[in-house]
Write a protein that binds this ligand. Structure first.
Ligand SMILES: C[S@@+](CC[C@H](N)C(=O)[O-])C[C@H]1O[C@@H](n2cnc3c(N)ncnc32)[C@H](O)[C@@H]1O
Length: 232
């Protein structure tokens, strides 16, 4: 699919990402679990997971709709988006727990660090950053051993309907051999995704084993569980 066909409007994409350390906590991972494994981060945005995971011996790939845009454009957008988020956060600080970041400035520094690590890695290893538009991914069946999906499915359930969730999950499972992990299980208002039970029933009916696991990461209040889906 070409960029022109997609008619991508960068102003609609928020190019923000979490750090490798945040991913380790929100997905309850150890570095030993990553080494030597083929891992997909989808959608990865401006995350530093792929950059650092490859440095410690994983074979990690990032995919996102934003990667149809050139890296330098994404960096400028990322810096603007971080500023924008910080302004909005001023009025909503009580919706968050600050044990991890300590302060708004601490949060900003981590987001900038993630953006810098991601963009430096993207310049050096562009093949690791694959443009794609869910619910379709340009990867082979079972290409990855582990797929991580953060802050997208469930979170934007006000604009992404149930069918989109089913199709996207089926696609994540198609390209994954062993396990898909999704964080968090809440929407933007911190309420549990309203169709989660129905979706879990559907996934189980496809022969997968699911488990909801509490994790040590909680920034948005109540967003502290991941869904682990194991392929039988
Ligand atoms: C809130 S960010 C999350 C990024 C990262 N996983 C994290 O936890 O920080 C959501 C990402 O989803 C991407 N996105 C939105 N719609 C998409 C789609 N249909 N297919 C692929 N990526 C999409 C956006 O470009 C954005 O980078």
């Amino acid at each position: 699919m070409s960029r022109a066909e997609l008619k991508l409007d960068l102003s609609r994409v928020v190019f923000i990402g979490r750090t490798f350390d945040e991913y380790m906590q929100m997905f309850n991972l150890s570095q030993e679990e990553l080494r030597g494994r083929k891992i997909l981060d989808c959608p990865a945005g401006a995350c530093s997971f792929t950059s650092i995971a490859n440095k410690i011996g994983a074979d990690a790939t990032a995919t996102d709709i934003a990667y149809y845009h050139p890296c330098e454009q994404l960096v400028r957008k990322g810096i603007d988006d971080i500023e924008h988020v910080m302004i909005n956060l001023e009025n909503a600080q009580s919706n968050y727990l600050w044990d991890y970041f300590k302060s708004a400035e601490g949060l900003k520094q981590q987001r900038i660090q993630a953006l810098n690590n991601c963009s430096n890695d993207m310049r050096e290893f562009p093949h690791r950053y694959v443009p794609a538009v869910l619910p379709v991914l340009p990867f082979k069946d079972n290409e990855f051993e582990l797929t991580l999906s953060a802050h997208f499915l469930f979170m934007y359930s006000d604009r992404l309907d149930y069918d989109f969730h089913v199709q996207s999950l089926q696609e994540l499972l198609r390209v994954t051999r062993d396990e898909v992990r999704i964080f968090p299980l809440t929407d933007l208002s911190c309420n549990k995704y309203e169709h989660l039970d129905k979706l879990v029933d559907f996934i189980q009916s496809q022969g997968c084993i699911t488990e909801e696991i509490k994790v040590p990461y909680e920034f948005q209040k109540g967003a502290n569980s991941m869904l682990v889906i194991k392929k039988a």
